[in-house]
Unconditional design. Sequence first.
Length: 331
Amino acid sequence: MTHLRFTSTHTDYLHDIVYNWGGTLLATASSDHTISVWRRSTSGVEWTPLCVLRAHNGPIHSLSFAHPSFGNLLASGSSDRAVSIFAGDESFRLIVRLVDSNDSVTSVAFSPPHLGLKLAAACLSGHVRVYESRDVINLSDWSLTDSLSIECDKLTCANVSWCGNLFIQPLLAVSADSSLSVYAYSTKPNARNVWQAIASCVGHSNYIHSIEFAPSVGRSYELVASGCADQRVRLFKLSQGVIETQKKNQSSKTEIGWQASCIASFALESIVLKVSFNVSGSMLASTADDGLTRIYTCTDDQQWKQIKTLAENESEEVVGNETDWIGDEFG
C-alpha cells in the first residue's frame, strides 16, 4: 500500500473527503466555505485540481457523490443550513440549493441507484430529510418526499447512511450524538410514519462521528460500522429473524423482525473521526485524531481484526498480536 500526497488548496480545517464511484474524482470540504474537486491522472499517480466550488456561507461538513448512472452529481451539507447539489463533467456548477433545514446540515448521502435519485440530509435539529429528483433530465427539480425526527434537545453530531441491498426494503442508518438506529421504509398502508425504527446499535458512550453501511455482496445480513469519540470503532451485524414483541397490556407474540448486535469493537487511544468500507465490504478503514489510518479485515474464520496502521510519512506498519479485538464469530 503506497501513499500519494498532494497539497490542499484549502485555508482551514478539512471536514470530509470523498471519491466518486469510479475513483477518478476526489472532493474535499472545508471550514473555509469551499469545496475542492480533484481529478486523477490516467496513470493513477497524480491528482490535479479540477475546480473550486463556492456555494455556502459556513463550514462544509459533508459531501456525497451520486451513482454515475445519474451523471456527475455532488451534494454538500453546511453550517449555513443548506444542501447544495452540483453537476458537471469538466467542471461542476451549482444546480440547486435545498434550504428546508433549520440547523446545521452535518451529513448528506445519495441513495443506491435502485432506489432512484434520492438524497438524505441530517441536521442538528434532529431531522433527516429525504429529497428526490424524479426527472433526471431536469436535475434542478428536487422535492422533499420524506422526513424522520429524532427525539433530542440539541445535537452535536448527526450522520446518515443508506443500505445498498436491493433485495430488501430501503434502510437508513442514523446516528444522533451517542445513539445509532436503523430505520426501514414502511410499505404498510396508512402507516403513521413512513420511516420506522427497526433496530438500535447500542454501546456507544460518546458522540458518533461517522457511520457507514457495508456494501451488500450476497451476505445474509447487513453490516454497519461506527466511529466514535469514545475511541472505539464498532461493527454491528443487522439481521432478520424471529423476535418476541409485547405491547402494553397485551400478551407477547413472536414475529419476523430485525436485530442488531455488536460483533467487533476496536479500542484506540484517540477519537475516531471517520470509517469507510472498501467496495466489497471485506475491509474497513478508520481515521482518528492521532493522524493514523487503521485497516481492518474479516478473516477466514469470520472474525474482524486490525491488520495495518498507516502513518503520514511511513509506508505502513503491520499490526499483529497487538490488535485489540472484541467480538463473536458471525452466526
